[in-house]
Design a protein around this ligand. Structure first.
Ligand code: IMP
Length: 432
């Protein structure tokens, strides 16, 4: 059974949560491979809104089991809190959630380190301490979930962590938010209290997923953030600290790359970004207001207003090739009703006279690019109640056909609203 992967084509917030929720109906397993509670996947089910941060969106379907892979950095307290909140709303969670024993623990001190280094302001991060948790991982001093299970060893690891923290705060000539001996006691007590609850969740998830592969079960890998927040392929340094592109499903879950045969790229019908960094098609502050309000473009984790702009085809072409996308899923097409003419960015012009069909490196060069915007015809009809692709206005079909042609990737689904049923299956042939 081929493994399916869902990735974001832009800077996150493409609507992956809803798509994973849709595909999860037929999945046996839904697995997150990277990031942490910086993600905010919003899913609307029967008039209720769920915002998932760490737990895969597949949990909202009764069938699949959910895995948080070793590529994720997870705060055990907020993970259990999220599970409790889902259970309180009637979601079946018992025996359905597993976290890799090799996943790194995000400690309460990681947001302190982030603030100390100023990354939160410079990059405009979610302030969750994601970068410092991955720094500890890369420095080979991180604490992993299997360490939480080892009562004696954990105390020593927490003390070693506090020692490194002491050096950092001393270097910055600042006191830590709480005395470090007290912090170690508090963390140790918290993890001791939580150990019985964590113990049934902590598992060898590579073994679980390979067992599923061997039995021919369906695995759906849920990406967090988007291609241009990828640590290597994104708009560095304005990126997150993990692999958000499809290859991350292999490294972050221990799945063989050749098993990742279906890769779905989720692309919003326009662009948004939170945090700092280049954004070639960004609208001015005044122009942004209408699109932001109509699209409800406020961060689901931080509540920050998102920066908004037109669809960026150079970016999409890059997402198609670096993820090896087998198909595209276009979301929030309904938000563009009434935008006429409808600009679309077909290429960039850089100040040295070059024309770019995919984003140039490095970031500084991208920052100096101007978008080539082409005005397409818009449509005035509301799409909210459209339930068949054929019933879309012809200008909307032309817009989708243009995306498909320029990105050289078939569009398989189009989402026209936040409810589960507001999704249209595109024709199997290219759109005309
Ligand atoms: P961090 O992941 O908190 O370190 O933030 C790094 C960058 O990624 C910032 O620009 C964040 O706004 C952005 N970011 C992280 N997670 C998400 C997400 O789920 N959606 C959109 N942007 C995100």
């Amino acid at each position: 059974m081929p493994v399916q992967v869902v990735v974001g084509c832009q800077w996150g917030d493409e609507g992956k949560g809803k798509i994973v929720d849709t595909f999860a109906r037929r999945a046996d397993w839904v697995a997150r491979w990277g990031g942490g509670s910086n993600a905010g996947h919003t899913v609307r089910v029967g008039g209720e809104t769920f915002i998932l941060r760490l737990i895969p969106s597949g949990i909202l379907n009764p069938r699949p089991k959910c895995v948080i892979g070793h590529g994720v950095v997870a705060d055990p307290v907020s993970m259990l809190d999220e599970i409790d909140r889902l259970a309180a709303r009637g979601v079946a969670v018992d025996g359905r959630i597993f976290v890799s024993e090799a996943a790194h623990v995000l400690l309460p001190s990681h947001p302190w380190i982030e603030a100390l280094g100023g990354q939160d302001v410079r990059v405009g991060t979610t302030k969750r301490g994601i970068g410092p948790a991955y720094q500890d991982k890369a420095a080979r001093v991180g604490i992993r979930f299997h360490d939480l299970m080892d009562a004696k060893g954990l105390r020593r690891r927490l003390e070693e962590h506090a020692h490194r923290l002491a050096l950092l705060f001393k270097g910055a000539d600042q006191p830590p938010p709480i005395p470090l001996e007290q912090a170690v006691d508090e963390w140790d007590a918290t993890f001791t209290r939580l150990r019985p609850r964590l113990s049934p969740l902590v598992a060898d998830t590579v073994e679980l997923l390979h067992g599923a592969l061997a039995r021919g079960e369906r695995i759906l890998c849920e990406g967090a953030q988007g291609t241009f927040l990828d640590l290597d392929l994104g708009t560095y340094p304005f990126v997150t600290s993990s692999t958000t592109t499809a290859a991350g499903a292999a490294t972050g879950l221990g799945l063989p790359p050749r098993a990742l045969r279906e890769v779905y790229g989720v692309c919003k019908a326009y662009s948004t970004r939170v945090g700092a960094g280049p954004f070639p098609t960004e609208l001015s502050a005044v122009e942004s207001v209408a699109l932001r309000e109509k699209g409800g473009e406020y961060g689901s984790v931080t509540g920050r207003p998102r920066r908004v702009g037109w669809l960026d085809l150079p970016q999409l072409r890059q997402a198609v090739r670096v993820n090896g996308l087998s198909s595209l899923i276009v979301t929030k097409l309904d938000i563009l009703s009434g935008m006429d003419p409808l600009p679309i960015c077909t290429a960039y012009d850089s100040d040295d006279g070059l024309v770019w069909r995919t984003p140039p490196l490095p970031n500084e060069r991208l920052e100096r690019c101007r978008p080539r915007l082409e005005a397409m015809s818009g449509w005035s009809e509301s799409l909210c109640d459209v339930r068949r692709f054929e019933d879309l206005p012809s200008a909307a079909k032309t817009y989708l056909a243009r995306i498909e042609r320029e990105a050289d990737c078939p569009i398989r689904w189009v989402s026209v609203g936040s409810e589960r049923e507001a999704i249209l299956r595109a024709p199997s042939k290219r759109i005309r």
